[in-house]
Design a protein around this ligand. Structure first.
Ligand code: APR
Length: 239
């Protein structure tokens, strides 16, 4: 294996499940009886902003009690020690990758610990609660503050950077995602356009997109990722 490999990694909710962050579509995937699609859309926010704020306030507060797991730490180590290009793209809105030490990281679906004003576009670090009565610290408007989260029907962040990295990827790791939400669910296909690209899926079960992977690692990320990263680094250091 060449030391110049270009790695692109996609992570989903399964990455943080063992840290205690609930996944979206598992057995515990409903929130107060609502499917995620019912609370994570511009429409839902217009119809019932307080419900949407409550959902994200709870998720934001829950971040205070969770820690990165061994899988997050393994990916941070991989980034530190890898000699080629590296990009970590997460669909997760928690901050466990950065707390584990990851730096080359794109939050394509936004971040729980940020808020944005729909009136002036300003984005702020945010750890408190948000409500319809929250005033924007930049423009002073009330009622425009929302979680800095990409909702269903909205465009994910930094797609151009992600597409460019996928085009030149020769190793694509797809970790803990059900493959049900696009465009992320299409990343494996894009990476596979480079026929030499090695594609590996990590999950505890089969997914909608499993068939696209020549290699699959079945098991929890906290166990499987540290093993995989050690092997990858030792192979690359031997070159
Ligand atoms: N190790 C590996 N995989 C796991 C683990 C684990 N410990 N625990 C759960 N998984 C897998 C599940 O089998 C499932 O395939 O993680 C996946 C989680 O899937 P989803 O809950 O659908 O989460 P995700 O794919 O990240 O959702 C994508 O949908 O709701 C939107 O914007 C939200 O970013 C989210 C997007």
């Amino acid at each position: 294996m060449s030391a110049e490999r270009n790695i692109v990694i996609l992570t989903g909710a399964g990455m943080s499940a063992e840290s205690g962050v609930p996944t979206f579509r598992g057995v515990d995937g409903l929130w107060e009886g609502h499917r995620i699609e019912e609370v994570a859309s511009p429409d839902a926010f217009r119809r019932n902003p307080e419900l949407v704020h409550r959902f994200y306030n709870l998720r934001r507060a829950a971040l205070n009690t969770v820690e990165p797991n061994a899988g997050h730490l393994a990916l941070a180590k991989l980034e530190r020690e890898w000699r080629g290009n590296f990009l970590l793209v997460t669909q997760n809105v928690d901050d466990l990758h950065e707390r584990a030490g990851s730096e080359k990281l794109i939050h394509m679906h936004g971040e729980l610990r940020k808020a944005r004003c729909e009136c002036c576009g300003a984005v702020f670090p945010w750890t408190q609660e948000l409500s319809s009565g929250t005033r924007c610290r930049a423009c002073g408007e009330i009622g425009g503050m929302r979680p800095h989260i990409v909702w269903f029907g909205e465009m994910p962040f930094e797609m151009e950077t992600i597409m460019n990295a996928l085009k030149s990827a020769d190793l694509f790791l797809c970790i803990g995602t059900s493959g049900m939400v696009y465009p992320a669910a299409g990343f494996a296909q894009m990476a596979a356009q480079n026929r030499a690209c090695r594609l590996v899926e990590f999950n505890i079960e089969s997914t909608e997109i499993s068939r696209q992977f020549r290699e699959r690692v079945i098991g929890p990320v906290s166990v499987e990722l540290p093993k995989f990263v050690e092997q990858l680094l030792s192979d690359s250091h031997r070159q």
